[in-house]
Design a protein around this ligand. Sequence first.
Ligand code: NAP
Length: 366
Amino acid sequence: MPELRNRSWILQKRPEGLVTLADIELREEPLRPLQAGEVLIRNHYLSIDPAIRDWMSERPSYLPSIPLGEVVRSTSLGEVIDSRHPAFKAGDLAVGVNGWEDYSIARGEQLMPVQPMPGEAEQYFLSIYGAVGLTAYFGFLEKGRPQPGETVLVSAAGGAVGSLVGQIARLKGCRAVGLAGSEEKCRWIVDELGFDAAINYRTSANLEEAIREACPEGVDVYFDNVGGEVLDATLMNLNKNARIVFCGAISGYNSQQPVPGPYNFWQILARTVTLEGFLVSDYFERFPEAIAQVRQWLAEGKITFREQVVDGLEHCLDTFNLLFEGANTGKLIVRLAPTAEAGVRGNSLSHATEASVSAAVLEETR
Ligand SMILES: NC(=O)c1ccc[n+]([C@@H]2O[C@H](COP(=O)([O-])OP(=O)(O)OC[C@H]3O[C@@H](n4cnc5c(N)ncnc54)[C@H](OP(=O)(O)O)[C@@H]3O)[C@@H](O)[C@H]2O)c1
């Protein structure tokens, strides 16, 4: 194989606040040869996730911090172009925790082979069949333990994970209420996704009161993606024996100060609430079960989801920062290599997906 050159986003320094070009740098270097047990992947799609901000910091977390001088870690989906691992051969598609780069070298045992069904886009394995869909499925059902008739409140409800949680809540016979940061997102989750009510947390003068009005029977399950003030306002509206699924805390990811609170934490005791942390990777062995169920719901038209696909490795940083402005309109994915699906560029990739494609879309969302 001729020598390949790899472009990678390298973490230069620990960001303070939003990540900037002073923190990460796009570098090009020759790829090293493969060693026994390794697989070379040409990345087609990179997953742009809020958690990457956490991995860039030095805060103790569920994965080690990305070392300075190393590629920015992210899940990617790509095609095997060379393999020294018995489970993979050239042409296979695989997902793994790799990085923002054209090519990745990974240990074979750390990759998951994927096979899209006819009509399914490859990148579904980074969105609806990836961390997004599986987080909504396992986080809500396993940690939220919803019962029919209960009220489910979801934050970042117009986002990738949150929009699915509300739809699954409706499928389980619950009342679904979403918190989102724009009128457009509030309309979308109610009018198109079937949420029972939505609250624009950015314009609400008194969030605690707004939640009380939207959830007159109280909140039984709170699926928390944001933490901070929204969590505090929710704590004052919980029912006895409510469950809080602690899935994320994006409001604090860029904070340069220690994150305070929650001030109303006492409510956990007062209402005998269960608050549980959730990590989708803990459910790895059960991914096939969830993918099968989500696939069926999609086929039956019971759930829908949005992806926002942006072309070009050079757009990783701009795309990433959309998450913290609330400017993303679905699961954010950067596409590196045109694939068969590129033929339907700009159109729906399936009846269940809206894909906004190309860097031009990135400009529009600003
Ligand atoms: N635990 C796990 O295994 C796991 C797995 C995947 C994701 N997650 C977590 O799930 C959450 C959602 O992830 P996602 O990929 O689906 O992203 P997303 O919801 O599609 O995008 C993030 C959204 O967060 C909201 N947001 C940003 N800054 C905020 C702030 N200061 N206060 C309140 N809301 C803010 C914005 O929506 P608005 O317009 O509504 O503000 C933004 O669109 C994140 O916290 C992520 O870390 C956890």
